[in-house]
Design a protein around this ligand. Structure first.
Ligand code: SF4
Ligand code: SF4
Length: 434
């Protein structure tokens, strides 16, 4: 066993020992609420991992099922009074599980390829084009065989996501100057999924930052941040991506005040670079520096004091908390405050706004049954609000909830908060903007 693996196991043991088994996290856990099973709760999962670490149970398919069925939403962390770092425990346990290679080789291969496609913009674009072409055969869904291989069930395959790139897919310029007096210089991350599926959101992010006096840098060679890989336990692949991303941001470190992120999942992982690379002699310093500069777009705008908006957005809007913003980064108020600053906008709260929608990275593909139940619950809560627009800050939630709304035939739109801010700053007719 490598020194790193031994260290990881020791860390894992000490982190699981913090759980006092009080059960305060149970009601917060979506998979426990759906199933009522202790092994599908945070407390149960921690206990399984601890028992496996202590050698009282083996790493078998029950442990695998408990870990696979976890959304990684970290709602349990928010609820836990003992400060148990559940997200880290999950990532460490999944890393050990993948290293132990207990999955059938074909399934392991398919899971890895899925992540590679999602995080490679060229491959993702090509897959979406092929999916569109095959749409007549599959009803716009992922091919059934691939879905079955990934999930091990015959549940309906998820639909392929729709790309939101009305203004084209070309990357933005490396530098976009502030409109009006310059206040800050920031870098953005185009991302992998965001760059392909939500090009319009990335453009809106840049315009909103410019309108707030920010010179915006989009580093040329920045690729995937590794979030999906780290959540899946593909630790080495994740570290490779993290190092490459640090290299692409390093030339700008001296001139930027912040790295502004519009994807909750990416932001959450980027904040953890310092910890994840702490033993890397070459990258640890820059990893810590990068993490210290990370701001979610709503967090950043509230921090600098947003410029006044003169356009009106006469809409009733409800906000869905992306898990990796609310639970992963503890950002709840800033998006709501910003939305309420938009002239004309009415914000209404939805029940269980911070409960996972079931998207959770690739969860809706690998665990389609539980994911579909969570989506149904989310759509029902959306309907109860009477809002005509849902707003959320993560690409997975945007695509998955959009699918749920369409399947229910609801005339409710979903978008990222920056798209409403952009409309207000541009003083556009909203219908022309979204
Ligand atoms: S994870 Fe926290 S809330 Fe849940 S049982 Fe353990 S100590 Fe209690
Ligand atoms: S991360 Fe989410 S699904 Fe997993 S145990 Fe915690 S609350 Fe439950």
């Amino acid at each position: 066993m490598s020194t790193e693996a031994v260290g990881l196991l020791a860390d894992l043991a000490s982190k699981t020992e913090r759980c006092i088994r009080c059960g305060f996290c149970l009601d917060a856990c979506p998979t426990f609420r759906l199933t009522g099973q202790e092994t599908l709760s945070p407390r149960g999962r921690i206990y399984l991992v601890k028992s496996w670490r202590e050698g009282t149970i083996s790493l078998d398919h029950n442990v695998q099922h408990a870990l696979d069925s976890c959304l990684g939403c970290r709602a349990c962390e928010t609820a836990c009074p003992s400060g148990v770092e559940y997200g880290t425990i999950l990532e460490m346990a999944r890393t050990e599980m993948e290293r132990a290679k207990i999955r059938p080789p074909l399934e392991a291969f398919a899971r890895k390829q899925l992540l590679n496609v999602l995080t490679s913009p060229g491959l993702l674009s090509a897959s979406l084009r092929a999916g569109k072409w095959m749409g007549g055969l599959t009803g716009g869904r992922m091919p059934a065989l691939a879905a079955r291989l990934l999930s091990g069930t015959s549940a309906p395959a998820p639909r392929l996501p729709v790309a939101h790139n009305q203004s084209g897919t070309a990357s933005p310029p490396e530098r976009s100057p502030a409109t009006g007096p310059k206040r800050f210089t920031v870098a953005i991350l185009e991302g992998c999924v965001m760059r392909v599926l939500f090009t319009d959101t990335n453009r809106a992010t840049i315009r909103v930052l410019q309108a707030n006096g920010c010179d915006v840098i989009a580093p040329r060679n920045a690729q995937c941040c590794g979030a999906l890989h780290v959540h899946a336990g593909l630790h080495e692949d994740a570290l490779q991506r993290m190092r490459a991303l640090i290299d692409s941001f390093s030339p700008y470190f001296n001139e930027i005040d912040a790295i502004v992120i519009n994807s909750a999942g990416c932001g959450s992982t980027l904040r953890e670079y310092g910890e994840l690379l702490k033993d890397d002699n070459i990258y640890s310093g820059r990893a810590r520096l990068l993490s210290s500069k990370i701001r979610d777009i709503c967090e950043w705008l509230e921090e600098i004091g947003p410029a006044a908006m003169s356009g009106e957005v006469n809409m009733t809007v409800s906000y869905h908390d992306a898990c990796h913003l609310a639970h992963g980064q503890r950002i709840r108020e800033q998006p709501r405050t910003l939305l309420q600053r938009i002239p004309g906008l009415t914000l209404v709260e939805m029940d269980e706004a911070d409960t996972c929608c079931g998207s959770a990275g690739t969860y809706n593909i690998t665990e389609p049954v539980l994911a579909a139940q969570l989506l149904k619950r989310k759509i029902a809560h959306i309907q109860e609000t009477g809002a005509n627009t849902i707003v959320t800050g993560n690409p997975g939630c945007l695509a998955w909830i959009e699918q749920g709304l369409e399947e229910q035939g609801l005339k409710v739109r979903i978008c990222h908060p920056v798209e409403l801010l952009d409309a207000a700053y541009k003083r556009d007719n909203l219908e022309e903007t979204l």
